[in-house]
Design a protein around this ligand. Structure first.
Ligand code: CO8
Length: 374
């Protein structure tokens, strides 16, 4: 059986930043506009007035300080409040493919490899730009890879579930090298008019190159094992989908066609699920928490990560043991733990062990136990 390894990663970061200050200014202008346009209905008790958002709340509740987005003009325009992406012709690269391609090229460069050796491309993300053809096949063609490609969606756990699928195929010998690519255009999915969640998400794309340990040209992270789990929950949900046209008229801008969550419940239910999942994975692998040099966690909420770090390690993590990137990127769904891994893994030493872990809608939890070589 072949041994799989992560030999390179890449992160595409959009140029535009939206700070909490800019975000709150735009939201409050939208709320004021809404309240003045609906003043009579609000006075009659028929419509609820919109409350202002606050920077202090956002940082305290989530740890998020800013987010990167592909388009900020639409998001910050109180009369628009969503990104604006011009329609592309069918013979132009799609937006997801373009972002994914950039991240994939960075991952290949980090590993010193050409795309020609890759024989599987998985585009694993929370949303797909279209139903078909698969974005992964478009990326496969743009990169010049051989083999095959497919899209998959397990929301925030798309990257770790994709890594498990690729690692298993590589072990079995059906592939030799895979790119797991996570282009997340979360800005198009977020309801920027909802103060309870308007601060949560940002855009990014990540890519992870998985090869046989024997094929690695430089230092690599052997994938010792992976573990995925799901448990159905409606607490993070989006009802958008291809049946939209078949619903009664007037559904296009319905609230449930964007991201919805019961944040408190998610917090309460996902925390024990993740902590127990990691503990069981480590125990089955005979890895004690003291042997774990780093945790690269899903990037949704700082308090949540602090809690999981303490629970898994049995103590408060030392600085750098559980790096967060959410203060800069916000929640980027499946890409978050891979950004953290990509930016905070180079300093590990030969033999060091770490764990990548995602969690989110589904519910879903995915963990990838890795060991540094070289
Ligand atoms: N400004 C000021 N005050 C506010 C704001 C705001 N923007 N929003 C809420 N408040 C107020 C409320 O009115 C409330 O006041 P009161 O107590 O008087 O009623 C108070 O603040 C508390 O409100 P909440 O209970 O909503 O606040 P929380 O403390 O629960 O914090 C969080 C909200 C930050 C959302 C928190 O619940 C959280 O992070 N929960 C976990 C969420 C999580 O991890 N979700 C998983 C994310 S899903 C995912 O990662 C992938 C999803 C699928 C893919 C999506 C791709 C785009």
């Amino acid at each position: 059986m072949y041994k799989p390894a992560i030999t390179g990663t890449g992160v595409f970061t959009p140029e535009n930043v939206i700070t909490n200050a800019e975000l709150v200014t735009a939201f409050n202008a939208y709320a004021d506009l809404f309240n003045s346009e609906n003043a009579a209905a609000i006075a009659a008790g028929e419509v609820e007035a919109k409350e202002h958002s606050s920077e202090d709340f956002i940082v305290k509740a989530s740890g998020i300080e800013q987010r990167y987005v592909i388009d900020k003009t639409g998001v910050l325009d109180p009369r628009v409040m969503h990104p604006l992406f011009p329609q592309r012709a069918d013979d132009e690269p799609s937006l997801m493919a373009e972002m994914g391609l950039d991240a994939a090229r960075q991952a290949l460069a980090a590993a010193g490899k050409d795309a020609g050796g890759v024989d599987l491309v998985i585009c694993a993300a929370s949303n797909m730009e279209r139903a078909y053809p698969a974005v992964a096949i478009e990326i496969q063609q743009l990169l010049g890879c051989g083999g095959f490609a497919f899209d998959m969606n397990v929301a925030c756990s798309s990257a770790t579930f994709g890594i498990q699928a690729a690692a298993d195929m590589l072990r079995a010998g059906s592939i030799r090298s895979a790119l797991v690519i996570n282009p997340e255009i979360c800005s198009a999915h977020l309801e920027w008019r909802d103060r309870y969640c308007h601060f949560i998400f940002g855009d990014v794309a990540t890519a992870t190159l998985i090869e046989r340990t024997d094929d690695a040209q430089g230092p690599y992270f052997e994938i010792r094992s992976t573990r995925c789990a799901t448990e159905f929950s409606n607490n993070i949900r989006n009802n958008n989908g291809y049946l939209r046209r078949s619903r009664p008229a007037g559904m296009a801008d319905r609230r449930d066609m964007q991201f919805m969550q019961n944040g408190r419940k998610v917090f309460k239910e996902v925390l024990p699920m993740v902590s127990e999942h990691i503990a069981a994975h480590l125990s089955d692998e005979g890895v004690g928490a003291d042997a774990l040099k780093r945790l690269w966690l899903h990037q949704a909420n700082k308090t949540m990560n602090d809690f999981i770090g303490r629970k898994v390690l049995g103590r408060t993590p030392e600085p750098g043991e559980q790096p967060n990137i959410l203060q800069d990127y916000a929640n980027t769904s499946s890409a978050g733990s891979i950004i953290a891994f990509s930016k905070y893994s180079d300093d590990l030493q030969d033999g060091d062990t770490g764990l990548i872990c995602s969690f989110g809608a589904g519910y879903s939890v995915g963990s990838v136990l890795v060991q540094r070589h070289g």
